[in-house]
Design a protein around this ligand. Sequence first.
Ligand SMILES: [Zn+2]
Length: 201
Amino acid sequence: MGGCGSGTYLRWGGRMTVEDMKPLRIGVLAKDGWLHSGRTSKYSWTVNGEPEGDIRVTARDGHVRLNYRHRKGGDWESKNYRVRIEYTPCHFGGSRPWFICPALGCGKRTGTLYGGTIFACRRCHQLAYPSENESRRDRAIRKADKLRKQLGWPPGIFEGAGWGKPRYMHRATYQKLATEYEALEAKALTETMAWLAMYRN
Ligand SMILES: [Zn+2]
């Protein structure tokens, strides 16, 4: 195995880690050896330095088992299920692991699962809820994505910032775009959170 395309910026302690959207990134699990069969690891999220939930990940051949508790109303509910892992070859050797989204009827490959009641791909979380708020959210996401493209970063605000300056770009331009991006990303995420909160239990 041996990962490739490392450089995903991790925002474990940042604004992503609210109740409904805990990211679990396979690149990080792979890098830290969490995907080795037989290994059990515990991952926790924090918000402003305060603990905000954790999850136990047990690796077996071809899957990981997720074990965590989720608050449902006032009660805690235990969750325990498998998520399949697949590997695809990288362009320059090595292979890259993917989660297979465990949501019913999905089964798509994804690098990041987002936790709430279940850990599922971004698409599933969005499809799970019809939305009224979508246009504002979509607009912010679209603008942010446009800036990502200008910056030469991979698409998707959930990929985070911090991918660095493209070689051809002046530092001043980069700084301006990156700052602009950060603001847009914050807005897009805020809209997403507000939108999810509307549908919370
Ligand atoms: Zn999915």
